[in-house]
Design a binder for this molecule. Sequence first.
Ligand SMILES: Nc1ncnc2c1ncn2[C@@H]1O[C@H](COP(=O)(O)OP(=O)(O)O)[C@@H](O)[C@H]1O
Ligand SMILES: CC(=O)N[C@@H](CCC(=O)OP(=O)(O)O)C(=O)O
Length: 298
Amino acid sequence: MLTEKELSQQETEAMRVKVLSEALPYIQQFAGRTIVVKYGGAAMKDSTLKDQVMRDLVFLACVGVRPVLVHGGGPEINSWLDKLGIEPQFKNGLRVTDAPTMDVVEMVLVGRVNKEIVALINQAGGSAVGLCGKDGNLITARPQGDEGIGFVGEVSSVNTKILEALVKSGYIPVVSSVAADEAGQSYNINADTIAGELAAALGAEKLILMTDTAGILQDPKDPSTLLPQLDIQQARELMKNGVVSGGMIPKVTCCVRSLAQGVKAAHIIDGRINHSLLLEILTDTGIGSMIVASGYQR
Ligand SMILES: Nc1ncnc2c1ncn2[C@@H]1O[C@H](COP(=O)(O)OP(=O)(O)O)[C@@H](O)[C@H]1O
Ligand SMILES: CC(=O)N[C@@H](CCC(=O)OP(=O)(O)O)C(=O)O
């Protein structure tokens, strides 16, 4: 007869085996496919979570998935603006970007945040290459055009050649959300938007946005109201009736835009959870919200 302790040990082991074996069909399904991940929020501030995200990306690359990472860095830009005595200003969730602010955005995102992430991925055993929209003509920007918002850009076009060459050779591209227009003027583009447009242009299997909330909630104050799966129509309805508001609007909008352009599934997940990326991609239930074109099965 087994003791209570032995039984509980057996259950734990059975659970671990179940999780590992559950991953196999997903690894087989996604090997050779591109997954675009927007990395931001809590997972970018906490050093343990940071290391875990990098390990998860390296794990995915090792099993043949092709991850492309797009990073944010809004809080780090704020802290450098603060050091320089420039007051951060936002309009409809976008940073008002005058010429001095554009310089700071570019220095912080391209010069600091991007290179820190590249180094962390390399430390975790991967091989990362840092880029911004300018590299290899990846993204051409155009002004977003709102009055008084300055050098805030939109994606005018994407040339995926450089990314395709990198992922094919086993590199993990790490992309900052700064791009230039045809005249070489730099623009500051929201990182969620860049991730959505890259996912669409690459024909990615998935777009995954990591943030500081469980996913899309029916009641934004109650995590137990998480919506695990919804289609494009339902997502649009939630924006229309105000259930999705504030910072969640650009996220859901870019998910819907990428799905309309052929991405199979767009996920909004909680970056505060350990190994949230692997749990979302490689398990039956996932952990966040998945928006799909109708008919798609997890
Ligand atoms: N229906 C909703 N479900 C979840 N979060 C929502 C919802 N509606 C609005 N939100 C808000 O959106 C926020 C996420 O957007 P944001 O703070 O811009 O994220 P990030 O900084 O990761 O880009 C949540 O913290 C929450 O306050
Ligand atoms: C135009 C605009 O607002 N750009 C963002 C770019 C960085 C970003 O998107 O970072 P998070 O994902 O951390 O918010 C900004 O300047 O903060």
